[in-house]
Write a protein that binds this ligand. Sequence first.
Ligand SMILES: *Cc1c(COP(=O)(O)O)cnc(C)c1O
Length: 454
Amino acid sequence: MSEIPYKIYLSEDELPLNWYNVRADMKNKPAPLLNPATLKPMTFEDLRPVFCDELIKQELNETDAFIPIPKEIREFYKMYRPSPLIRAYCLEKKLGTPAHIYYKFEGNNTSGSHKLNSAIAQAYYAKAQGLKGVTTETGAGQWGTALSMACPYFDLDCQVYMVKCSYEQKPFRREVMRTYGAKVTPSPSDTTEVGRKINAEFPGTSGSLGCAISEAVEAATKQDGYRYVLGSVLSQVLIHQTVIGLETMAALDKYNVTPDVIIGCAGGGSNLGGLISPFMGRKLRGELDCQFIAVEPASCPSLTRGKYVYDFCDTGHVCPLAKMYTLGSEFIPSASHAGGLRYHGMSSILSQLYDDGLMEARSVEQTSVFKAAQEFARVEGILPAPESSHAIKVAIDEALKCKETGEAKNIVFGLTGTGYFDMYAYKAYNDGTMSDYIPTDEDLKRGFDALPKV
Ligand SMILES: *Cc1c(COP(=O)(O)O)cnc(C)c1O
């Protein structure tokens, strides 16, 4: 068991010197990734054609609690970190709650979200390995933007497969990426075999995240000196995001604040996992009694209504199988405005913690999320991303519960990003044309029917 004496893990500019790997402290480890061909656990060699060597080591590492953050990455972090941990005095006052509400704001960099924390790490390891470039997919666009911003810092080529409907609906995101030097291709495209196959099978399709992943993986394996990188779900990404939780822990400890509830939105689980990991470590070691809540959209309820089984990570079925809470790789969520929360599965680390009863999950409907976002923006000033607003919604719910019970709980939530590129979503809410869609059991069954028989 590993104690976190954060003081010696912080540099003098208050940046963590190490990331924290919560698996080292978990009694029940997440199930291993499986090779889809052999159904055997994925080995270092199996993963080498697709991922960077050092990142594979992090992916497979279940024993080291601390992973040193290379100096080059810390230098980059310094440009926008530590990110602010803000006490929401105005929101508390507006709600009339005795609770103390804190939020960790990750939207303070140009890419606009926490995804940069992992993008810069992945770009660094690709460069350190002597690679020419990386490929990836992006749905809503935040991950592609973050990676586009990270790559030129290390003089790496960046190729982004962007889900076609988002490529068309979010031209400005695309232009931000191109400005940083990335090559952006709408997916499905005719530049890969899997893209051509999907286009032939479903003419006129507007694409999906799973399909863009398959294209990006193929592009990486077919070009010399390229590897594929991913912005969420994987354990390596969650490790990089622990910079959020470690900074939060250092700041709260400094002011002698013990969190009672920690809340985060969950798409693939990276920001939530990163925020809660160090606190979960304390809970696992019996040092902290804290409630952790994952918030997901009712339209894509992988934790609250999904199954805990092995599933494909992508529609093209080229990636390893992961045991996770999933709705099935064929599940297509309705067109919700929280694009970053539309993934069918969930981080295997968070899935295991949830299955062990160490973390809770709630699902919320999008109109209630935008109502919370608007309420928050009007008093706290920040225009939140729709994804982040899922956490705001539940933080407000919890604060209102405290108002009834009179408890002065310390509530901490992750505010993962800003919503400047989501103004069509805000427009729909402001115009009163936004609707909620909750999948029926029938809809979910279609996704479950396509689960692999492992
Ligand atoms: C991608 C994204 C998320 C969801 O991803 P996780 O891996 O679950 O953290 C949440 N908020 C924002 C702003 C995002 O860009």
